[in-house]
Structure formats: C-alpha cells, structure tokens
Design a protein around this ligand. Structure first.
Ligand code: NOJ
Length: 547
C-alpha cells in the first residue's frame, strides 16, 4: 500500500493517561476523560494523539510494563472506551497512535509466566542464563532503572535479563516466534483502525551475541552491546515488510543515545525502516546524557542540538520536534524561567514550532505546567526516581538529595493536568491517584482560556501559523549568531517565502540580533510574545517575521 506520509502535516498531543483527565471519578485519568477533552485537543490545532501505554498492566512502570498487548486496561475504561475514543478521533479527522513496548513485557505477562516454567513455545521468549542464585551474574550490565540488569528467578532457577525494572523482563527478539507475536500485535491494532505506533526503546531490541561484559566505567554499563545492536535493522525491516507496508500508517522510534548520522540508518526516507525518531539530544542542554547528571542550562547546547537535526536530516528524513514528554522534568523549569513562565513558555514554543518536522506537545506543556516539588521523597511514585533517591548522593543531606530529585525525576512532569482552580485542579471528582501541583490556582486551562494573551492561546496561534505557512513545511533551515549565549535566531526560506525567528533566552533586556540581509522594515511581524516595536528585547521575548 502507498504510504502517504500524512504525519508530515500534523501536530501531535501526547497523553500520559493516568494524569490527563479522570472521567469516572475514581481518581485515575482514563479514556472517558480523554473523550471529554477531544475537542480541547483539537482546539489547540493538534490533529494526532499519542497514547502512552493504556494496556492492562500491574503498573510497575506506569504502564510500560505490559501484561496483555491486545486489550485496554479496565482502569482506563477498557476496550469500549477505547473504541469510542478512536471513533471520536477519526470523526474529527484526527489520528491516534499507540505506544508499542516490545523490548520487554511485564513479569506478569502470560508469556513470562509460561517461560519461567519452561512451557513451550514460551521457553525461549525471554533472555535466560544459567547460574546459581549466589553465584556471579551472567555479565556486568546495569539496568536503566534498578541496579544490575539480572534477577534470579526461583521458579525457573535461572537469571533473566531486564534492561529496565525488575518487573520488566526483556524479550528475546532473536526468537522468530517473538517477532511473529509482535507482528500479531501490530496487525491487531492497525486492523482496528489505529494509525501507527510510537516504539518504546526500540533500538534496544537486538542484543550482541554472547552478551559480553562492558568496560568498567561507562554511564550505562552494557549499553554499547544492546543499543543499535547487530540485528536491529533486520528486525525493523521485517516488521515493515510484513506489517507496516500494508497500511498507510506511521512509526516513531524512541532512540536513546542517537546522533543524526546513525538516525538516518533508521529513518532515511528511501532506505529506512521507520518514519521518525525521538532523539534525546534536545533534552541534554542542561545535563550530561541523563536528567540525573544535571548541569547549567546552556542555550548554545540547545541550539546545537536543534540545528544538528535540522541540518543533517534535511532532504533525507523527517524530524520529530519536541521539548517535553513524560520522561523529563518540565521544560519551563529547566530551559526557561519560572519567574517569567508565560514569556519563557511562549519563547520555548516559538523556538521549536517553526522548525521543519512534526511537532509533539506533552499534556500540560501548553499551559506552562512546571516541576512538582514534593516535600518528602516517599511521595515519589516512579520506580526510577525511587531507586535513584535510595542509591545516589548518599553523602549529601536529605534536603539536598530531595532537591536533586526535583530537577531529575520524571514525576516532576507527571502530576495531573490542571484544568481549573477548583479542588484537585478539576482533574477528578474523586481522590487523585497522585499529587496535584499546588500552583494549579494560578496555572490552569480555564484561566488561560479566558485570557487572549495566555500561553495556551499563544500555542493555538503558533500552531495555526505553522500550518498555514508553506515555508515551515518545506523551507530550508539556517541558524544565525550561533555563538550567542542569549538569543536563538533562525530563518526558514523558500524562493517565495521567508521566515525569521528571534528568541531571547535571557532574563535581562537584550539588543535584538538581526542577521544581515533581513530587512525588518519590509517584513510582517506575524507572532510575538510582547507588544514591543523597539530593537531591545524584553526578558524572554520572541518574534516571528515573514516576508
Ligand atoms: C521509555 C519510556 O518512555 C519510559 O517511560 C519507560 O519507563 C521506558 N522506556 C521503559 O519502557
């Protein structure tokens, strides 16, 4: 079937279902809540939804530990609610993509339960290694979440590999039967009408033969032996050939530690196996590879990440544009300023929405939600946060350790969406499953709906503009004043249309930088954060000019 690449014209909204909107009053976000808010999502100009996992799951990693791939968790409303949401999207001309998590399953998945009992054909569905419970581990790899990557299973009397939490055993993708299971899952959802998949840590699915030891000191021990592993392209090509090529669908691969050159092996439009890639470089302007190694925010690092991907994918592949998702603390609290949250929120929006690619917004980003800062580490829910808190910075004071978590934890961005200033921020009529950020009285959707200058309405304007302008879809990208530590300036060009974007990331006034050859007197200012005609930019001011 011809793939029309419809995703190139879309803007996606990511729903992390537990915290989006509760529709049935049990305190947990669900699909009934989503149904209520489809018009809202569409009103932003978003025409696609990416659902973080909504399958049955014990919730050890908030749904990324799946116990049944072909059903919807009853706590989210089950299949009945899902069908209504899918129809609701399609009736509105919107698309819906699911999260495909097949590097690992939940240990409560039936496959694992059978595999640990050596019941065929499931015996080799996972990565098992012989040994003794007190003997050496099969290798020295670390898991991404909870210490070592191996756990002893009493039932089978062997070690199993888990690159994430103990309750997330890795599938053995080298087993053809496992790959056939993946294809069945894909067809099941595509046949139902789902429009595509975001593929969770998909670059991890092929491990190096023999699972060799890693050196002693890398940040993620073992990663070189499983990220972009030996048969990754073969497996992805197989999924494409056997499934995706038969549907006009869309695939988005999550890829930790990837740079454009390597990304092209996956997403080059003529030779790749998937459509777009979630890269992490844009999340590393204030940390070293991970949020757990924070550094000061560097605008130059952010600009370099943006420009690298824009320049190196140009003409060959399509960029996925994002500044927030459920795995990173809120962007205003990191790259912007909580003091100037409206201004910096707008400027962050401008900084990425006029690039080439398909933008994604993460729930709450459009109203400027900020990091949640619990006063007690016990309030954290996330498995990764809890492990890190218990095992790192042990020499520091409890308060210092807690404050580190505020910057690093994924829970900082997982609090319920703030819909209004009523109890529980309008998220639920029951007792919320998680804490609501106390700033909800000031920051919420209802307040911003009523204010034409709000961040929410600014997002609407910016998204509408990007959809109107040919140059945003097709124009070339050029960065100016690369060395500036306070301004991000880029242009987009077509023979018939020219766009200039100027963003200040400073909390002090700045003389506006205008590149040579751009005569502002003949331009139309189509978007700006401030009413300001002077050449001095206010803190976090940004402007977009069109010729
Ligand atoms: C990446 C997902 O985005 C994250 O939330 C999850 O914990 C891990 N993969 C493991 O599935």
């Amino acid at each position: 079937m011809e793939r029309t690449r419809w995703y190139k014209d879309m803007v996606f909204y990511q729903i992390w279902p537990r915290s989006f909107k509760d529709g049935d009053g049990d305190g947990m976000g669900d699909l009934w809540g989503v149904l209520e808010k489809l018009d809202y999502i569409q009103s932003l100009g978003c025409d696609g939804i990416w659902f973080s996992p909504i399958y049955p799951s014990p919730g050890a990693d908030c749904g990324y530990d799946i116990a049944d791939y072909m059903d919807i968790d009853p706590q989210f409303g089950g299949m009945e609610a899902f069908r209504q949401v899918l129809k609701g999207c399609h009736d509105r001309g919107m698309k819906l993509i699911m999260d495909l998590v097949v590097n690992h399953t939940s240990d409560e998945h039936d496959w694992f339960q059978k595999s640990r009992r050596r019941i065929d054909p499931y015996t080799d569905y996972y990565i098992w290694r012989p040994g003794t419970p007190d003997g050496p581990l099969p290798n020295n790899w670390d898991s991404n979440f909870e210490g070592k990557a191996w756990t002893w299973d009493e039932v089978r009397g062997e070690w199993y590999l888990h690159l994430f939490a103990v309750k997330q055993p890795d599938l053995n993708m080298d087993n053809q039967l496992v790959r056939e299971e993946v294809k069945k899952i894909l067809r099941f959802w595509l046949d139902m009408g789902v429009d595509g998949f975001r593929e969770d840590v998909i670059t991890y699915i092929s491990k190096k033969d023999g699972l060799p030891n890693d050196h002693i000191f890398p940040i993620y021990k073992g990663m070189r032996h499983y990220n972009h592993g030996p048969r990754i392209h073969q497996y992805l090509a197989e999924f494409k050939r056997d499934v995706f090529d038969h549907y006009d669908c869309f695939t988005l691969a999550e890829a930790p530690l990837v740079w454009p050159k390597q990304a092209l092996k996956y997403i080059d439009e003529t030779s790749g196996q998937i459509d777009m890639m979630i890269q992490f470089q844009c999340q590393c302007a204030d940390c070293l590879f991970t949020d757990y190694l924070p550094t000061r925010f560097s605008l130059r690092r952010m600009k370099k990440a943006f420009s690298d991907w824009q320049n190196k994918l140009a003409g060959r592949a399509w960029n996925m544009l994002y500044i927030e998702n459920h795995d990173h603390p809120r962007i205003i609290s990191r790259y912007g300023s909580e003091k100037y949250w409206v201004e910096s929120g707008k400027t962050l929006a401008v900084s990425y929405l006029f690039q080439q690619g398909t933008p994604f917004l993460y729930q709450g980003q459009e109203i400027g939600m900020q990091n949640w800062r619990p006063e007690d580490p016990e309030m954290y829910e996330d498995v990764q946060t809890r492990y890190n808190y218990a095992h790192s910075n042990l020499k520091k004071s409890p308060q210092e350790r807690l404050e580190k978590m505020w910057r690093s934890s994924r829970d900082s961005a997982r609090t319920p969406v703030q819909w209004d200033d009523t109890e529980n921020a309008g998220f639920t009529t029951g007792k919320p499953w998680f804490y609501v950020n106390p700033n909800y009285k000031e920051i919420n959707v209802a307040a911003q709906e009523a204010d034409p200058d709000s961040l929410l309405n600014f997002y609407r304007k910016a998204i509408a503009l990007r959809k109107e302008l040919e140059v945003v879809r097709h124009g070339t990208y050029r960065e100016h004043f690369r060395r500036s530590k306070t301004q991000y300036v880029y242009s987009r060009e077509l023979p018939t249309q020219r766009l200039l974007v100027i963003c200040s990331f400073s909390d002090r006034p700045q003389k506006m930088k205008v590149p040579k050859g751009f005569d502002l007197t003949t331009a139309q200012r189509i978007l700006s954060t401030h009413e300001n005609d002077t050449s001095i930019l206010h803190p976090y001011e940004s402007r977009v000019y069109l010729w």
